[in-house]
Design a protein around this ligand. Structure first.
Ligand SMILES: [Zn+2]
Length: 271
């Protein structure tokens, strides 16, 4: 199998830093890239690691051999002795795949506090059945205060561990979230599901809010590349693969930036 060809090709003429560099800027171009990457608030540690490695290989180690370029990329990423049997390149590219991540599925994984029943609370919540007469007065006052401030009481929700979940899509953005319900609130869940049905059907595809940074810096057949490093059936968001192109509801759009081009020659890297 062939290899993914990374080539230092076309530069966007509007960028004053790169213009006239002629493609051999080396350290100067890398410094420019590194600066932009470190200024990019969207890039977390993993994204920075990947972007910097790409930038380094393209600007500092120009080569026409696709195989060598990919080897350089893996070398630039370095070994990770803690995860000896995983492929850092694959994981980092998968991490950058453009997608929508709902609020309770953000990195950090499963958060049980986000999966509490939001059904209506009937009786005020008490932390545990305690015998008030066995507590000192100050302790009792403290406990009453804690109970009063508990989210189950302030938000008037059940708060039991969620069992059933109902999807709600927002009309403008297609962003979605899950509403959780315990077994006792199953009827309520069914009612809510009926209520959001029309809204969900009319909602657009979700605007992506994660990944998509590599295409902001380099140009390539990204759909093919993401697909190669994730799964065959991966489909790009309808808003495109580039995070710069995604609308950010309620915020200023990220200004367009000049890019180096990264050209895929022929085959993808042997996986
Ligand atoms: Zn409940």
């Amino acid at each position: 199998m062939g290899a993914l060809h990374l080539a230092y090709a076309n530069q966007t003429p509007s960028d004053p830093e790169i213009k006239g560099g002629g493609g051999g800027g080396g350290g100067k171009d890398f410094a420019e890239f590194a600066h932009r990457i470190y200024q990019d608030d969207r890039a977390d540690a993993d994204a920075r690691r990947l972007l910097l490695a790409f930038a380094y290989v393209i600007t500092m180690e120009p080569t026409d051999t696709a195989k060598e370029q990919f080897a350089n990329l893996r070398k630039a990423l370095g070994r990770d002795d803690r995860h000896r049997y995983t492929d850092p390149l694959r994981e980092l590219i998968e991490h950058d795949r453009p997608r929508y991540v709902p609020p309770d599925e953000r990195p950090g994984g499963y958060d049980p506090s986000k999966r509490r029943c939001v059904g209506p609370r009937l009786r005020p919540y008490k932390e545990r059945p305690y015998k008030a007469e066995q507590m000192s007065l100050p302790a009792r006052v403290e406990q009453n205060k804690r109970d009063a401030e508990d989210f189950r009481n302030t938000e008037n929700v059940c708060g039991a561990p969620g069992k059933d979940r109902v999807l709600e899509k927002l009309p403008g953005t297609g962003w979605y979230r899950w509403h959780w319900f315990c077994q006792r609130h199953r009827d309520h869940a069914i009612r809510v599901e009926r209520q959001v049905k029309a809204q969900n059907e009319a909602a657009p595809a979700p605007i992506p809010n994660a990944g998509g940074l590599m295409p902001c810096y380099f140009e390539a057949d990204w759909v093919r590349l993401y697909r190669h490093y994730t799964w065959d059936t991966w489909e790009p968001p309808v808003y495109g693969v580039r995070a710069d192109d995604w609308p950010i509801p309620g915020k200023q759009p990220v200004p367009q930036r000049a890019r180096l081009r990264l050209v895929i020659g022929g085959e993808l890297e042997d996986a």
